[in-house]
Design a protein around this ligand. Structure first.
Ligand SMILES: [Mg+2]
Length: 384
């Protein structure tokens, strides 16, 4: 078989489409409204007729501004070289907001370039990342905490849809100075999920003015252990590296975090410092697939488990599925319960199998196809 040289696919434009109208709640103390723009899709168009798609967990106006700054760096570049082009954008924007809007925006462009590389080579991204360890993965249904009476009903609704793993987070937990209430919420969730279900708890301490410290987190971790909770996420403020180190050392429940960190360099002290059992970078913020895969392997070298946080849209989830295929220890992906931006924009929606698993798309690129008519409900911008 002779080697075939692929002609470069030059980037001719990058388009950002903010999603709004049905933005799901975040459980934040200053709550998201349906009309708020917090998730943005990206299309990278090339001169070869192949278009790739990505996703950014950020406001549409910010992403549009980021594209304006980045344009001289990506325009005319070869979209078949995602890692080089993404690194070029990181390296030459040091003074212009790295770690924030620019890193977030690069994430969407990078994901779209991997999609293009897969489509051009007829390979799924997981395979391009070095090989697939699995063909399906368990999604955990991510749900906001509710008062105990309602919590069980919410879990039961998604259990009926076929989910067998759940994470409850944010809402009243840790925010009412009432540890009995916190326990009652978790007890209700465990009862509704059943003893066989996987259950995780996310305090959501990246919320504004998180009121609790290390001692609260230690007591909460002890309580969660009684309900066979698989991990305790964002139990402390997200900049509290030392607190996480102490909590991890004392807690029998694994400690998870990292969704707000961006750039691989930000993860180094957390991994080398033994602050986490599970690291949760968000592929739509952290710098994209190129950056996420390096963080996931760095974590693996430290014996820390990698579970992605790219739940914001169907394309974020699609990127997480490809990364889950390519990472040996990744046995879960986050799946936000009841978001139209995940469930309502693909030509073929995601579907759980009888065991509550998702097939990892085996088609080229991210392996999913946006439906332009469905998408038009949530954005005024034509990505195509
Ligand atoms: Mg979280």
């Amino acid at each position: 078989m002779s080697a075939k040289q692929l002609e470069p696919l030059r980037i001719t434009s990058v388009v950002a489409a903010p999603l709004c109208g049905e933005s799901p709640k975040g459980g934040w103390s200053e709550e998201i409204k349906p009309e708020d723009s917090i998730h943005t899709l990206i299309a990278v168009h090339t001169d070869g007729g192949i278009t790739g798609f990505g996703s950014v967990f950020s406001n549409g106006d910010l992403v549009q501004a980021g594209l304006g700054v980045l344009e001289p760096l990506f325009m005319g570049e070869n979209a078949l070289e995602p890692e080089r082009v993404a690194e070029k954008m990181h390296q030459h924007t040091f003074w212009m907001g790295r770690g924030g809007t620019l890193t977030h925006t690069i994430s969407g462009i990078d994901i779209a370039m991997w999609d293009i590389l897969g489509k051009a080579t007829a390979m799924p991204v997981g395979q391009l990342l070095g090989g697939c360890y699995r063909t399906k993965v368990q999604p955990y249904c991510s749900l906001l905490m509710e008062e105990p009476g309602l919590m069980g009903d919410v879990i039961a609704e998604y259990k009926d849809l076929g989910f067998s793993a759940f994470k409850i987070g944010w809402g009243p937990f840790g925010r009412r100075n009432d540890e009995k209430l916190d326990e009652a919420i978790v007890a209700a969730a465990r009862k509704a999920a059943g003893d066989d279900a996987r259950l995780m708890v996310d305090a959501g301490a990246s919320d504004g003015h998180w009121p609790n410290g290390l001692k609260w987190a230690m007591r909460a971790a002890d309580m969660l252990d009684n309900y066979a909770v698989e991990w305790f996420e964002e139990a402390l403020r997200p900049d509290d590296l030392e607190g996480h180190q102490q909590l991890r050392a004392s807690s029998s429940v694994p400690i998870a975090g990292g969704e707000v960190l961006t750039r691989r360099q930000a993860f180094q002290p957390w991994l080398a410092g033994g602050a986490l059992d599970i690291v949760q970078p968000d592929v739509t913020k952290v710098g994209g697939i190129s950056e996420q895969r390096r963080i996931a392997w760095m974590a693996d070298d430290f014996g820390v488990k990698y579970i992605g946080h790219g739940w914001n849209t169907a394309l974020g989830l699609a990127a997480d599925l490809q990364l889950a295929a390519a990472m040996p220890g990744c046995d879960l992906v986050e799946y936000i319960g009841g978001s139209p931006y995940v469930d309502g924009i693909l030509a073929t929606p995601f579907e759980l199998d009888a065991e509550g698993f998702l097939d990892i798309p085996a088609k080229p690129g991210l392996g999913v196809e946006l439906d332009p008519d469905k998408l038009a409900r949530y954005t005024p911008v034509n990505l195509f």
